[in-house]
Design a protein around this ligand. Structure first.
Ligand SMILES: NC(=O)c1ccc[n+]([C@@H]2O[C@H](COP(=O)([O-])OP(=O)(O)OC[C@H]3O[C@@H](n4cnc5c(N)ncnc54)[C@H](O)[C@@H]3O)[C@@H](O)[C@H]2O)c1
Length: 428
């Protein structure tokens, strides 16, 4: 069995000490201290992913705080009760305001569509709760500004606020960021970032909330473009300062939604207007001067959930592809010329971000692990009393880029400067 043995020291290996992340000291929490109690609002696609995250985080990582999945909130009593039982929540509730008013709730996790992020997150912060809010932070810049203001006020009382740009927490993406920070590619000169899906190619796909501006804010731009905007800023450590873009609604009317959530649904009678973009293509200029090309589309036939980023510098290049999420491609321009070429780095070593808590080297992680790492990072930030990243300020910066792309598109793709604050894009 030696080929399956972890290269870690026995005390670090999962086999030797199941459920313990050796990078952490033993639990500091006294036995009498109660766990951090989480209330989650919404129970669709992200409700499922976050449930896995909350359940696995304390089971796999050694956290100084325990976590209790206390209450799941939805609007339909029977459906939310069923979802709570299925995903392991202690109770269910239909009124999020009642839950936020409870003294025994510590963390409010907002996994509803963008139209309710601001109202719920601000109320939760004002009630002194820590908040994890799904991306994009809001549907408008004004909402995101109000959310940041609430987070800033709440921070004075110790409350933490974090945005759910989960892909930052794929170990290969975090490691890509670390390599760039260490100078592996030298000066960043160009970035290519694309998030491509094809779930709307069928013109009969129904008019889900993601296709309605009043619920989603924007279409492919805010839904998946937001991820590559955040990822670009995160991995390069630079702000997007200006953009030039165009957006397109390819299918303008669709059957009304009968039932369903997430990215799927069943059509009902009648048609409605699509009020958001299906595809957004834009270029951006980073604060360090590099040029970025972005593509966010739901019309890339054959591409199911393809997220790719490639960062090119004067000393090398790094590339990530979500369809091969355990690895990176690294090109080292400083190597002897006759040995240069893209090299695949398998990001499954114990010294890679987050990996020590999981499996022996070469044993793969998947989509859900990012949600576990997200819960871990928030709990650790609460315990250590530090700001969890991405902060609401980082979430607002993405919102400003989204708005600038729409402004540019409305002005024949003229370059639009992005209003920016001083920001540091950091790991959790
Ligand atoms: N981090 C990621 O990778 C990622 C991936 C997908 C979606 N998201 C984000 O997560 C959020 C939810 O998306 P989803 O795919 O889970 O959607 P979904 O349609 O699958 O689920 C939304 C849930 O919110 C509930 N809901 C809607 N309005 C509500 C309200 N006013 N009050 C209480 N509950 C309400 C719905 O009943 C449902 O349970 C969105 O902001 C989306 O952009 C993030």
């Amino acid at each position: 069995m030696s080929s399956l043995r972890s290269p870690r020291e026995p005390s670090e290996s999962r086999q030797a000490q199941p459920g313990r992340d050796a990078s952490r000291s033993p639990r500091e929490r006294s036995e009498s201290k109660r766990p951090l109690r989480v209330a989650m609002i919404g129970y669709g696609f992200m409700g499922a992913a976050h449930s896995v995250g909350w359940r696995q985080a304390p089971a796999v990582f050694d956290l100084a705080e325990d976590v209790e999945m206390a209450v799941l909130v939805g609007r339909n009593a029977d459906a939310v009760a069923q979802a709570a039982a299925h995903w392991g929540w202690g109770a269910s509730e239909t009124d999020w305001r009642k839950v936020i008013a409870r003294d025994d709730i510590d963390i409010v996790d907002v996994v509803t569509p963008g139209d309710s992020h601001a109202e719920i997150a601000i109320a939760a912060l004002e009630a002194g709760k820590h908040v994890l809010c799904e991306k994009p932070l809001a549907n408008t810049v004004a909402e995101a500004e109000a959310m940041l203001a609430a987070a800033t006020r709440a921070a004075e009382r110790g409350a933490k606020a974090m945005v759910g740009f989960t892909y930052r927490r794929v170990p290969a993406v975090t490691f890509l960021r670390d390599l760039i920070a260490q100078g592996a590619v030298g000066t960043v000169q160009q970035v290519r970032a694309a998030y491509r899906q094809d779930w709307l190619v069928d013109p009969q796909a129904p008019l889900a909330w993601r296709l309605q501006k009043e619920h989603a804010g924007s279409g492919a731009l805010g839904d998946i473009g937001a991820h590559i905007i955040d990822m670009t800023q995160f991995v390069t450590g630079q702000r997007i300062e200006a953009v030039s873009g165009t957006v397109e609604t390819i299918v303008k009317r669709r059957p009304l939604l009968g039932s369903g959530s997430g990215l799927s649904g069943v059509a009902a009678e009648g048609y409605g207007e699509v009020t958001v973009d299906d595809a957004a293509i834009f270029t951006g200029r980073l604060s360090g001067g590099a040029l970025v090309s972005f593509e966010a589309t739901r019309f890339a036939t054959g591409r199911k959930n393809s997220l790719t980023i490639e960062v090119s510098g004067d000393k090398g290049a790094l590339a990530f592809d979500l369809e091969d999420l355990n690895s990176l491609q690294f090109y080292d321009r400083t190597a002897p010329g006759d040995r240069q070429g893209f090299t695949k780095i398998l990001v499954t070593e114990a010294q890679h971000p987050y990996v020590a808590a999981w499996w022996p080297t070469g044993h793969m992680l998947g989509y859900e692990h990012g949600f576990v790492h997200q819960a871990v990072d928030l709990v650790r930030a609460i315990h250590d009393d530090v700001d969890p990243h991405p902060t609401f300020a980082e979430g607002l910066s993405v919102q400003r880029v989204l708005a600038a792309v729409e402004q540019s598109a409305a002005k024949d793709s003229a370059w639009v400067r992005v209003g920016v604050e001083d920001l540091v894009f950091e790991r959790a």
